[in-house]
Design a protein around this ligand. Structure first.
Ligand code: WT7
Length: 652
């Protein structure tokens, strides 16, 4: 019996790059082919040339790729640079007065910050960090609202060679405490609070709780005044941001660091055990951040780019704090919730700040789609020219809605596959050159050796499912898990003699070489010997016009191995009683028709929401426990919507 993952989803629509877009795009089909050829001819040299051309080096590197300690690959080592210099100083002469950040607070306050102003603020804060005992290699935890100061803090750390680790402001004090300890942090930068959904998130209080047991190495806490409400300040440890920068010079000589010096750690929850501190480098990280902003987002000088991700996620690092600034772009930053005060907030921000490139997550798109077309239709979205998605597969229905209602069929959609670990986009279209298929992240970027393989590491035939792997190192790959090299090797290089990076996703490659992500390997269903990705069944369910969202998991079944359980959120009211029974029948028949009887859910449960992590990922592990009537052992306190768990268990 084949161990491969069967693929059953068929989506045949193709969208060529619109002529008007293609004409002005940075990368034409010819240029894309030239990039692919160059990468194919000399992988390390290709990246070396890009790094030499796109980054300002204080000391040029002589070695592009050092594989002597694989899988701890080293890129551009012996070169020296500074990320903050590349994001700020190098633009001062040519675009010092250009707006770098357009900030909008949840309550409607706005700020425009030029490159010159941002440079001055970063330098002042960098001097304040040094003044408070932080130096090269020290770890600094950033636990802040989505305000410009979060970016300033990240840039200031980079400027002095301190290693920052941003902890998402929605995480609890316990999650914060774990990260502070694992990183051995010397400082925490936080705020009195953050505005989110009309409420105040008590960041300072959570910081105090995280530090309350005294078993940590934090010496100083810098506190930004954001909400202005009263918070406790501890003498000798806590300093207001304003006081820390007062009197500091607005110039600060950057610390020139080796290309391999860690730029930051970012914790991501593993499937088991404690969070992993994903360690990224300086030079390698920066080059992929830069080229993906050029290739995939096609950001040009007059664009207004908006990536909605919080700086607590990798997306907010690469496409808010570093990439756009490194290429001198203007970008929007928004502090609050997408639905505050109503579901038009994102579209209003696009309108008010004339956003041209908009990048968000499928979960946000589906949530906003559920609210109907009238809301986006009441805003002027005519400046938009490119849309993007990241975080999970976008089901074709949501893709088409995004394309028609938001992009008015004018804007290509870049579906970008990547991970915290990969640092930057890996598989994604170049919008002026790559045709689009809804639901596919299209093709690997030049210089990214992605493939779909079986358990032995052999490429699977077209349209067969398998393991998504990366067969050659790339500059922005993670370097290790902080303090745990063995876990790095065990997690990412466990198969194929440690030669290929294992992404942990299942995927298929179609006859045009397009990649379709099928879900996490851990989530693969095994129904009567057929291995099915969760994504395909979910996609079929969501294609039904009464379904807003769906999550599919396996339940143990004596006969089939696994039975399919679908958790479904309907548009409008949740069906109950007879209506629910009728809807269940309708959906089972629908899936059987859409993809075949094998994928027909055995069990369908309706709810008002799905359990999601704060970053919007469906917690399938939790759903699996519910479907199997197991006790829930996971910590549900970091869930976005804890209450739905009882409903899904049938208790509410
Ligand atoms: C996992 C990585 C990368 C920033 C946000 C998430 C899933 C990500 C896509 C996409 C299908 C996707 C994968 C991946 N994923 N982008 N375009 N299509 N799946 O970062 O939290 O590290 O998660 O997100 O499963 O492995 P992350």
């Amino acid at each position: 019996m084949s161990k491969n993952i069967d693929s059953i989803l068929q989506e045949n629509r193709v969208f060529e790059p619109p002529a008007e877009f293609a004409q002005k795009a940075r990368v034409t089909p010819d240029k894309l082919q030239a990039l692919r050829d160059a990468a194919e001819a000399d992988h390390a040299g290709f990246w070396g040339d890009l790094a030499r051309n796109e980054i300002d080096w204080q000391t040029p590197f002589t070695v592009s790729l050092d594989e002597s300690n694989a899988p701890h690959y080293r890129w551009f080592t012996d070169g020296k640079l500074n990320v903050s210099w590349n994001c700020l100083d190098r633009h001062l002469e040519t675009r010092g007065d250009k707006t770098a950040l357009i900030f909008e607070g949840e309550q409607g306050d706005t700020r425009h910050i030029t490159y010159r102003e941002l440079h001055a603020e970063v330098c002042q804060f960098a001097n304040a960090l040094k003044d408070n005992g932080v130096g090269k290699g020290d770890r600094v935890i950033i636990y802040m609202p989505m305000t410009p100061e979060a970016v300033i803090a990240m840039q200031a750390c980079a400027r002095i060679g301190a290693i920052h680790s941003v902890v998402f402001g929605g995480f609890s004090s316990q999650a914060l405490a774990d990260r502070i300890k694992d990183a051995g942090a010397k400082m925490v930068i936080t705020a009195d609070g953050a505005h989110r959904g009309g409420k105040i998130v008590e960041l300072k209080q959570a910081t105090d709780e995280a530090l309350s047991d005294g078993e940590h190495s934090v010496e100083k806490v810098i506190v930004l005044r954001r909400t202005g409400h009263d918070v406790a300040m501890r003498d000798g440890r806590d300093i207001w941001w304003d006081d820390a920068v007062s009197g500091m010079a607005d110039q600060c000589e950057p610390e020139w660091v080796d290309a391999e010096h860690p730029l930051f750690l970012l914790y991501t929850s593993g499937s088991t055990g404690k969070p992993k501190g994903i360690q990224h480098s300086t030079g390698g990280y920066l080059i992929n951040a830069i080229v993906t902003c050029q290739w995939v987002f096609d950001i040009q000088d007059d664009d207004v780019f908006w990536c909605t991700a919080d700086v607590g996620w990798i997306t907010g690092h690469t496409y808010v704090a570093f990439g756009p600034l490194a290429i001198g772009a203007t970008e929007v930053m928004y502090e609050g919730a997408p639905t505050w005060p109503d579901g038009g907030r994102f579209w209003k921000i696009c309108q008010d700040h004339a956003v041209t490139i908009f990048y968000t997550a499928p979960t946000a798109i589906r949530a906003l789609m559920r609210l109907g077309d009238d809301i986006p239709n009441s805003y002027d979205l005519s400046k938009l020219r490119l849309l993007g998605t990241v975080g999970e597969p976008i089901n074709p229905e949501a893709w088409i809605w995004y394309h028609e209602v938001i992009g008015k069929e004018r804007c290509p959609i870049v579906d970008t596959w990547w991970q915290t670990e990969t640092g930057a986009h890996m598989i994604a279209p170049l919008p002026g050159a790559t045709p689009l298929k809804p639901g596919s992240c299209t093709q690997p970027l030049p210089g990214i050796a992605a493939d779909v393989v079986d358990e032995q590491g052999n490429s699977v035939p077209d349209n067969a499912g398998g393991y998504l792997v990366i067969k050659k190192p790339w500059p922005s790959m993670l370097r290790t898990i902080w303090g745990d090299d063995q876990r790095y090797i065990d997690t990412y290089w466990p198969m194929f003699d440690g030669k290929y990076y294992l992404a942990g996703d299942s995927a298929r490659r179609d006859e045009d070489g397009f990649f379709w992500i099928m879900g996490r390997i851990d989530d693969v269903l095994n129904v009567s010997g057929h291995r099915l990705g969760t994504m395909e069944v979910e996609s079929a369910l969501v294609a039904h016009d009464k379904v807003a969202e769906a999550a599919v998991v396996g339940r143990k079944d004596d006969i089939k191995g696994e039975a399919i359980v679908a958790f479904v959120i309907c548009k409008g009211e949740r069906p109950v009683g007879d209506a629910a029974d009728a809807m269940i029948k309708e959906l089972r028949d629908w899936v059987a028709r859409e993809i075949g009887p094998i994928a027909k859910p055995d069990d369908i449960r309706f709810a008002d929401g799905l359990p999601k992590t704060r970053s919007g990922k469906i917690m399938r592990r939790l759903l699996r426990a519910i479907a199997n009537n197991e006790e829930i052992t996971q910590d549900t306190s970091t869930l976005e919507n804890e209450a739905v768990v009882e409903q899904l268990q049938g208790k509410a």
